[in-house]
Every structure is written in C-alpha cells, then in structure tokens.
Design a protein around this ligand. Structure first.
Ligand SMILES: [Zn+2]
Length: 302
C-alpha cells in the first residue's frame, strides 16, 4: 500500500524551483503521477496538480486558475469527446475543496499562459480550491471545473505586472473580492481534527459531508498579516462551520479557563470547550483573539 498522501509544502523545495521533466517532478515528490494532471485519491483529496496545456478549457490568471478536471478527452488530439464525471481524481479535488486542503501547483512550459515557465516545469506553490461546478466545455461536453486561488503566504514567482499583480502579495484586493470564503488547512490542522474525531470543540456537533466526517480548523490567532498567528496545534480549534464563523467574527470569545463567552445569546455562555489529552489550545491565543473583538466594538470588526 502506498504511503500516506502528503499535503502542503515539501521540505527543502522552494516555490519557483524548476524541473526538466515530469520524472524529475515526481522524484522531488511534488507530483507523483507521470501522466495524470491531478494527484489525489477519491476519499483523501488531491495534493497537487500539473498544468501543462492538456485541457483546452483551462484558464490561467496567475493568482486564480480555472482548472478543468480529467477524463472524456482524446489523449492524442486533447479534444473533449465525452462528458467528465465527478469521480476519481475530479472527486479528489472536490474533497480538497470541502476540507480546505492545500494543492501544490506545477506549471509546465506547454501551458498556453503568460504565467507558464519558458521551459520544463516549475513549482508555483500552494493554492486552495475555492469552488467547483459543471459546465459545457468548448467541445460541447460537460466538464468538471475548479477555481483555485493562490495562498496569500506564497509569493508569485512570475514577474510582477503592475496592472495584474498587486505590489503586496498579502493584499490581493482584486482576487479577494471574488472569494466567498476559503477554508484553509494544513497537515497540522488535519491532525487536530483527527484528534477530536471531527467533533466541534464548542457545540459538540459532528457532521458528515460527501460520506466523510467534516470539521473546520479554526486558527485562534489568525494566520496571515497583520496577525501572523502560528500554524501550530496550540493555535487551532476543531470547529463546525457555524461555530467557526461565529468565533471568527467575535460572536464567541474564550476565557483563560477555556470557557466560552457567548456575545450574542445564552446558548453557549460558560460552556467549557472540549479538550483532549493530546491537544492543548494556548490561552494566550484566546486572549489575542478577544483583543481583536472588544465587547463594545463588535460591529466594526470583521
Ligand atoms: Zn459547533
């Protein structure tokens, strides 16, 4: 049996690193399949994609990729000759969307895009799947489509273009306006969810989605600028989507004694968050979070 699929960065590999062949890309463990564009399992999720011009409907905007799923095309002509289905590796990318798993993106020189490398293959960092849907492709068959958005922390490797790229990669205002809400995840976050068996640490809900248990990893001190919270288990809670959004917006804060202060109702007031011997959230991060959401200033926070 193959080893456990690895999501996220590969130790020792820098964004922007180039490779001469798919074989080299696979040897670096960036993307193991030699032919398939998507690396992933139907139940585990997809850990990487290669964009190399295999699908005529792919669209590349740099920070945002509209990626076509696999299947239904003639391997010689690349033309669609049948519908694509929501199974196998297309389903894997959907699991990555539901679970907020990071997807490594590798662009090949054959890709018809201003963001393609001039030769070989280039590792372009981590993206998140923000949406997926079916639509009719150029050839008239249904294709599976995915919108992937570059992780804020990954600097773009292509030359900056003032009209297309914001100077500050942490800002991304044009991209941001198109995103509803991206669930971010890392191996560490995944581990925390598994410790709690995908049960919400505030309300105790355990939900199923696509036949799998589903929970969200909530960073107590937010990731990214200006907060720069760390991606460590002590800064992560395993929450259901309802509690996650309420915590993020300051409807809930948590005291040093790990008791919920419910700012909008009595339902969770005083509830002690569920803990587990293998996971200890750090009270300092709760204190930082509370500082972001002062009691009397809640409406102006976002
Ligand atoms: Zn909950």
């Amino acid at each position: 049996m193959a080893r456990k699929r690895h999501f996220g960065e590969i130790d020792g590999l820098a964004v922007g690193q180039t490779f001469t062949s798919r074989k080299e890309v696979a040897e670096a463990e960036l993307h193991l399949p030699l032919i398939a564009g998507i690396s992933g399992g139907e139940s585990e999720g997809a850990d990487s994609i290669v964009m190399s011009g295999g699908y005529e409907d792919d669209e590349d905007f740099g920070d945002v990729i509209i990626y076509t799923g696999e299947g239904g095309n003639d391997p010689n002509t690349k033309r669609q000759v049948d519908h694509q289905k929501w199974d196998l590796r297309n389903q894997a990318l959907r699991v990555s969307e539901s679970n907020g798993l990071p997807v490594r993106v590798i662009r090949g020189a054959q890709l018809k895009s201003p963001f393609a490398p001039s030769e070989g293959y280039r590792y372009d960092g981590l993206y998140f799947v923000s949406r997926s849907w079916s639509e009719q492709g150029n050839a008239g068959f249904l294709i599976c489509r995915f919108e992937l958005i570059r992780e804020d922390a990954t600097p773009p490797v292509w030359p900056s273009r003032s009209d297309a790229q914001p100077a500050d990669p942490g800002a991304s205002p044009r991209v941001r306006s198109t995103i509803q809400r991206i669930i971010r995840n890392t191996q560490i976050a995944q581990d925390v969810k598994e410790i709690h068996e995908y049960t919400c640490q505030i309300c105790g809900t355990q939900i199923q989605l696509d036949g799998r248990l589903y929970a969200e990893a909530c960073h107590i001190k937010p990731l990214g600028r200006p907060h720069n919270g760390p991606d460590v288990p002590e800064n992560i809670l395993c929450l259901c989507p309802n509690c996650h959004v309420r915590f993020d917006r300051g409807a809930f804060v948590v005291s040093a004694k790990l008791e919920v202060r419910d700012r909008v109702g009595a339902e969770f007031e005083g509830v002690r968050i569920r803990t587990n011997g293998r996971h200890h959230p750090d009270a300092r991060f709760f204190s930082y979070h509370e500082g972001l959401h002062p009691q009397d200033n809640r409406e102006s926070q976002s």
